[in-house]
Design a protein around this ligand. Structure first.
Ligand SMILES: Cc1cc2nc3c(=O)[nH]c(=O)nc-3n(C[C@H](O)[C@H](O)[C@H](O)COP(=O)(O)OP(=O)(O)OC[C@H]3O[C@@H](n4cnc5c(N)ncnc54)[C@H](O)[C@@H]3O)c2cc1C
Length: 392
């Protein structure tokens, strides 16, 4: 069967590789880093993503290494809990009625281990894609070191700065959010300091909002920064300590384990499919991390694309790949971008009247079982997957 190239061994590239390899397809993964990246990035897996990953047999280990979070909260910094959402209401909609907090690098490593003995799968590290050309039979990928690798099809899963997307000349329209996001992790036990704190909490405040996410062993914090702050300045130990004391004053220095400054864009690629090259994940769409939809949406792309590509390799018309673009681009534009923008607008809301109205709506949602379920079906991306069936 045809040989498939995948640029990028992030969660999206690794999921696509796993689907293809399980179908007996020969796959080569081109990854620029010397090993799988293990930096601090997404850590929220939504219910349908876990349902999809079940087929690889990795979910029990992810649960063992992660933290099952059935509930998440919106809190007002001064008044405490505003609304507690309970994913248990989705028990008839998913095998996993919870969010799993588990760092994305754990998944990529598990998938690599699973593929390690598959003779059809080749990992090339230190392989930076620099150019792409294609003809009627295949794709030539030029690496930075001058080597050219040829395959029948190429999946560009090489992240937000995708060299594949740039080589195709595909526009990446949208905007850059003015504030940089700071992602920190600490061993401090927020659950002991704030007794009614859920493991996932969005803390609203007219002056400075933040998000607290618990993972196995650490708490992660997501904080916006002032557009005027430099990345170097915001990452300085003294400034980080100030921010931590601003979140919860303890008078004792925090044990900060990771710190990352993260510039956020809201963009969707104009096209996902160009001839024999397909874009997926961050290479195709990026959004702010509120709601944890970037990686989840990307993994959903990978499953959708791989299933269609396997059909094409087995003889289906290549036009089927156009449906991948129509389905998944629609989700990126109409669901993920819109939801992420709404989440950011809610967190940035400073107007006291509008804040109270938003809080009242949240309380009304969680106290009405039908609304509560519908809200969580949308927020966990289950609804977007169901709606795909209506996209021709
Ligand atoms: C610093 C940071 C923090 C984040 N935090 C959050 C968060 O808290 N919550 C959230 O929901 N999302 C977060 N995200 C976004 C989330 O990590 C992405 O949505 C997710 O990683 C997308 O997966 P992907 O596989 O498409 O891309 P990536 O995970 O970016 O993987 C792309 C892979 O391609 C490789 N690559 C890149 N260029 C090339 C090239 N030219 N040739 C070969 N290989 C290449 C990279 O090394 C990488 O391994 C964060 C992103 C960043 C950058």
């Amino acid at each position: 069967m045809d040989h498939i190239l995948i640029a990028g061994a992030g969660p999206v590239g690794m999921v696509a590789a796993s689907c293809l390899a399980d179908a007996g397809v020969r796959v080569t993964i081109l990854e620029q880093s010397p090993d799988l990246p293990d930096d601090l990035r997404a850590s929220t897996f939504h219910p349908p993503t876990l349902d999809m990953l079940e087929r690889f047999g990795v979910v029990p280990a992810m649960i063992e290494q992660g933290l099952v979070c059935r509930q998440w909260q919106v809190r007002d910094r001064a008044r405490g809990v505003i609304a507690t959402y309970d994913l248990g209401v989705l028990r008839d909609d998913t095998n996993h009625p919870y969010r799993l907090q588990c760092e994305q690098w754990r998944l990529t490593r598990m998938l690599r281990d699973r593929l390690a003995t598959n003779p059809d799968v080749t990992f090339c590290y230190g392989a930076t894609v620099a150019g792409v050309t294609q003809d009627g039979d295949g794709v030539d990928v030029a690496l930075e070191d001058g080597e050219v690798v040829r395959g029948a099809w190429l999946i560009g899963a090489d992240g937000a700065r995708s060299a594949v997307r740039k080589a195709l000349g595909v526009a990446f329209e949208g905007m850059t959010i003015p504030e940089v996001f700071l992602t920190l992790s600490t061993s401090f036990r927020f659950e002991q300091a704030i007794p009614d704190l859920a493991n996932i909490a969005y803390i609203s405040d007219p002056d400075e909002w933040f998000v607290l996410l618990r993972t196995a062993g650490l708490w992660r914090l997501l904080l916006p920064t002032q557009p005027s702050e430099t990345e170097e300045g915001m990452l300085r130990a003294q400034r980080i300590e100030e921010r931590m004391q601003g979140v919860l004053p303890t008078g004792v220095p925090y044990d900060v384990r990771h710190r990352t400054a993260y510039r956020v864009h809201e963009r969707v690629a104009e096209k996902y499919v160009v001839g024999r090259v397909m874009l997926a994940g961050d290479a195709a769409h990026v959004n702010n991390p509120l709601g944890g939809m970037g990686m989840n949406g990307g993994v959903h792309d990978a499953f959708n694309l791989a299933a269609k590509l396997i059909e094409v390799l087995r003889g289906a018309d290549a036009a089927l790949l156009g449906r991948y673009e129509r389905q998944r681009r629609k989700v990126a534009v109409e669901v993920v971008q819109q939801q992420a923008l709404r989440n950011r607008a809610n967190m940035n809301n400073r107007d006291p009247v509008k804040r109270e109205a938003a809080f009242a709506e949240m309380r009304a949602t969680v106290s009405n079982p039908r609304k509560h379920r519908e809200f969580l079906l949308r927020g966990s991306l289950i609804q977007s997957l169901r709606d795909l069936e209506n996209v021709a």
